[in-house]
Design a protein around this ligand. Structure first.
Ligand code: AMP
Length: 279
């Protein structure tokens, strides 16, 4: 496995690989890797000759200084996991490499980045779009892999690729969960054993809501029941629970395979998200 920290050498390496006709899959991450990330690596390996994993905690997508400071950084363990998973290339740049000049560029995606995560984390998707654009230009992959866990992020990147005409195929990979149902997340590392138990309430809320909506209950009482369920668990604070159309992220009108339930909230000081597409 090749490890690069700088743009010039990874570009030269990948350009040479492409000249040999090899396809490249890119898996962008912020490190502190878990089985969810490894599933993206597996998906990329199935479809590409070479898999590149980027590990970079991108400051411009954080709107909370404590969250950025406390974000887990475990590069040595990550490298070992990637090696074991058969990843070919790691790109782990420093801030000075990714933001050699201070960032001036901002993205505005209208409705898409104002709702859900965008409402509670202003500027977050602009930072995501910026860093993903940089990574796409550095690696120029054939395909790029993202998790359904960050569903709205996938929509933002889809728009980015369309509007900026990146010649890259995007893939969305289903959410990998703990046996408890908790969606895997790097931020779970910050939870105590007790908090991890509490955090399962978000997935339980999604299952409850799915069940009630399928039985014909309307969204207002369902939202109330989700709120009550979350409030019944210590240290849990619900931020939002929404029901939207997967295509345009506008409020959903009925239960269909085009409907997604999304939830976000805090367990103690740690903010978590989860979602469920209604089949
Ligand atoms: P992150 O390191 O949190 O920025 O995540 C990097 C990529 O892994 C993103 O595309 C995430 O959506 C994806 N990801 C994170 N958690 C999971 C999970 N539990 N299952 C599947 N993909 C995930």
């Amino acid at each position: 496995m090749e490890i690069f920290n700088e743009i010039k050498p990874i570009r030269a390496f990948l350009t040479a690989q492409k000249k040999l006709g090899r396809t490249i899959g890119l898996v962008p991450t912020m490190g502190a890797l878990h089985d969810g990330h490894i599933e993206l690596i597996r998906s990329s390996r199935q479809e590409n000759d070479l898999t590149v994993c980027s590990i970079y905690v991108n400051p411009t997508q954080f709107n909370n200084a404590t969250d950025l400071e406390k974000y887990p950084r475990t590069l040595a363990a990550d490298s070992a996991l990637l090696q074991e998973a058969g990843c070919d290339v790691v790109f782990a740049p420093a801030n000075s490499e990714m933001y050699a000049s201070p960032s001036q560029l901002h993205f505005d995606m209208g409705h898409l980045d104002k709702i859900l995560e965008g409402e509670f984390r202003p500027g977050h998707f602009s930072g995501v779009a910026l860093v993903v654009s940089k990574l796409f230009n550095i690696a120029a992959p054939t395909r790029a892999y993202f998790g359904q866990k960050d569903f709205q992020q996938y929509k933002v990147i889809t728009r980015l690729v369309e509007e900026l005409m990146f010649d890259i195929e995007l893939r969305s990979v289903p959410i990998v969960r703990e046996t408890s149902g908790l969606a895997m997340s790097s931020r779970n590392q910050r939870l105590t054993a007790e908090e991890r138990e509490h955090a399962t309430v978000f997935y339980r809320s999604l299952l409850l809501a799915k069940d009630l909506l399928k039985k014909g209950e309307s969204i207002i009482p369902v939202r109330e029941k989700v709120k009550q369920l979350c409030e019944s668990v210590p240290a849990v604070r619900l931020e939002y629970f929404e029901w939207v159309d997967t295509v345009n992220l506008k409020p959903a009108e009925n239960v269909s395979s085009q409907t997604i339930l999304l939830i976000a909230g805090y367990v103690g000081e740690v903010r978590l998200i989860d979602n469920l597409i209604l089949e």
